[in-house]
Design a protein around this ligand. Structure first.
Ligand code: BGC
Length: 455
C-alpha cells in the first residue's frame, strides 16, 4: 500500500492535524438516558411522516441505540488513538445538556462530555467540539425552532453553558455543522428533521443560523479559555451543464444557493440575492443592525467536501449531487450514496475559500464516502474507500504545497453510523460496526490511515 500512496505524513508538515469526525445523534444512542430531553431527530424518527406508509427514514430505523457511543466511548476513543490520529471531532447534543433547550441544566449530560474530553486528552487526542450537528431540542422546535428569531438567544445560552464547562480543556470549537444541510433538508425539503416544507421558514432559518454563528462565536470567546473558533460548512464546486448564458446563470445561482449564502453574510458581504432570485425574500427577515451583528472574525474555516454538484437550469437551484446531467455523465465512479468521486473539487473549494482572504486557516473537517462494505471474518476490504482517501489527501497536499493554509484533515467518519434519512444502509466508517453485536472491526481504510500515520 505504501508504494502506491505517493505521499508521506511528513509531507503535510508537523503542525498538521490528523483526525476523525463524528456527530452526537449519529453515534451516541442513549436517546433518553440520564435526563436527556428529546431532540428533533428523536421526534422525527419516532413519528409517522406526512405520506401514509412512506417511512421518514429509509430502513425505518432511528438513533435510539446507534453505535452506543454513550456507553462505549472509552473503547472508541482508545481505538481512535490506536489508529494514529491526533484529534477527535465530535458534537454535543444540545438536549442532553439542556433538556428543554433553555433553563434547567442536566449535569449528567455535561459530565458525559467532560469524561469524553478527559479521555481524549489522556489518549493524546485533541478534542475538537462542534456545538450543533442538527439535533435541536424538540421543545424549541415546538416554539418554531430555527425559524423563530428567539433561537439566537437560546443558542447563546446553550453555547455559554458548554463553553464554561469544557472551555478549560477544549481549544478548537466549531459553532455549526453545515447550516446548508439542516436548513435545506429540514426546513425547505422536509426530508430531515424537523420535516418542515416552507420557503419562508427556510429563509428565516438561514438568517437566524447566520446570526447564531456570530452569537455562538461570541459566547465561546466569552466563556472558554484561549479558544480557537471556527465553523464547518458544506462546500462544493459547481459545474454548469452546458455552455450557454442560461447554463452559466444556473451555475451562478446554484453557487449562491449552496456556498455563498452561508459563508458570505458572516464576512460582512451580505446575501447573494442578485445571483439567486429564489433566496431574495430573505431580506424580509433582516432587521436593522443585523448586517453588523452577523459579522464573525473566524480563526479557521471547517471545509466539508463530498462531491461536486451539477447545476441544470431548473427553478430550484443547485440541489443535484446525482450525475444525471452534463457531458461527463457517468465518467466518474459513484459512491453508495450516488455521489461522484471528484477529488479535484476539494482543491477548488480550498482555493476558493482561501481567495476570500478572510480565513487564516482552513481545516478539512469532513471528507469521506460510503461504499458497499462486506465483513469477511475480521476483515473489510474497502479498496474503493482507500483510493478515495488517497486521492482526496493528494489534493489537500497539492493545496498545502501551493501555499493555501490548510492544516488539518478529519475523515468522515470514525465508524459506520446512523446516516440520517438513509438509516443504517450507507456505511461511511473507517471502522465497521456490526450493529447487532456492536463489534468494531477496523476496515482496510482504517489500517491504511494507521500505516500513513505511523501507528
Ligand atoms: C454530515 C454528516 C453526514 C455526512 C455524510 C455530512 O454532510 O455532516 O452528518 O453523515 O455528510 O452524508
Amino acid at each position: 500500500m505504501v508504494a502506491d500512496r505517493g505521499f508521506e505524513r511528513r509531507d503535510f508538515g508537523d503542525g498538521f492535524t490528523w483526525g476523525v469526525a463524528t456527530a452526537a445523534y449519529q453515534i451516541e444512542g442513549a436517546w433518553d438516558a440520564d435526563g436527556k430531553g428529546p431532540s428533533i431527530w428523536d421526534h422525527f424518527t419516532h413519528s409517522a411522516g406526512p405520506i401514509p406508509g412512506v417511512p421518514r427514514v429509509r430502513d425505518r430505523s432511528d438513533g435510539d441505540v446507534a453505535c452506543d457511543f454513550y456507553h462505549r466511548h472509552a473503547q472508541d476513543v482508545a481505538l481512535t488513538s490506536e489508529l494514529g490520529f491526533g484529534a477527535k471531532r465530535f458534537s454535543i447534543s444540545w438536549p442532553r445538556v439542556l433538556p428543554d433547550g433553555v433553563g434547567r441544566v442536566n449535569q449528567a449530560g455535561l459530565d458525559f462530555y467532560s469524561r469524553v474530553v478527559d479521555e481524549c486528552l489522556a489518549a493524546g487526542l485533541e478534542p475538537w467540539v462542534t456545538l450543533y450537528h442538527w439535533d435541536l431540542p424538540q421543545r424549541l422546535q415546538e416554539r418554531g425552532g430555527w425559524a423563530n428569531r428567539d433561537v439566537v438567544g437560546w443558542f447563546s445560552e446553550y453555547v455559554e453553558t458548554v463553553a464554561a464547562h469544557l472551555g478549560d480543556r477544549v481549544r478548537h470549537w466549531m459553532v455549526f455543522n453545515e447550516p446548508l444541510s439542516f436548513c435545506v433538508l429540514g426546513y425547505l425539503l422536509g426530508v430531515h428533521a424537523p420535516g418542515v416544507r416552507s420557503r419562508s421558514k427556510f429563509l428565516a432559518a438561514v438568517h437566524h443560523t447566520n446570526l447564531a454563528q456570530a452569537a455562538g462565536a461570541a459566547a465561546i470567546r466569552a466563556r472558554a479559555q484561549d479558544p480557537v473558533v471556527g465553523t464547518s460548512q458544506y462546500l462544493t464546486s459547481i459545474l454548469p451543464t452546458g455552455t450557454t448564458r442560461i447554463h452559466q446563470r444556473a451555475a451562478r445561482s446554484a453557487d449562491a444557493f449552496t456556498n455563498r449564502m452561508y459563508l458570505e453574510p458572516n464576512l460582512g458581504l451580505g446575501y447573494p440575492v442578485d445571483d439567486c432570485g429564489f433566496v431574495a425574500p430573505i431580506e424580509r427577515h433582516v432587521r436593522p443592525g443585523d448586517d453588523e451583528a452577523i459579522v464573525v472574525d473566524w480563526d479557521f474555516l471547517g471545509v466539508q467536501y463530498y462531491t461536486r454538484l451539477k447545476a441544470p437550469p431548473l427553478p430550484v437551484p443547485g440541489l443535484w449531487t446525482a450525475p444525471l446531467f452534463g457531458r461527463d455523465f457517468r465518467r466518474f465512479e459513484l459512491t453508495a450514496t450516488g455521489w461522484e468521486v471528484r477529488p479535484d473539487g476539494l482543491y477548488d473549494v480550498l482555493e476558493r475559500c482561501h481567495s476570500y482572504g478572510r480565513f487564516p486557516r482552513l481545516v478539512v473537517t469532513e471528507n469521506g464516502a460510503a461504499f458497499p462494505d462486506r465483513l469477511e471474518g475480521d476483515r473489510v476490504r474497502d479498496a474503493s474507500r482507500v483510493e478515495f482517501y488517497r486521492a482526496h489527501l493528494a489534493q489537500v497536499l497539492r493545496a498545502h504545497r501551493d501555499g493555501i493554509p490548510v492544516d488539518g484533515y478529519f475523515a468522515w467518519s470514525l465508524m459506520d453510523n446512523f446516516e440520517w434519512a438513509e438509516g443504517y444502509g450507507p456505511r461511511f466508517g473507517i471502522v465497521y460496526v456490526d450493529y447487532p453485536t456492536q463489534r468494531r472491526v477496523v476496515k482496510d481504510s482504517g489500517r491504511w490511515f494507521a500505516e500513513l500515520l505511523g501507528a
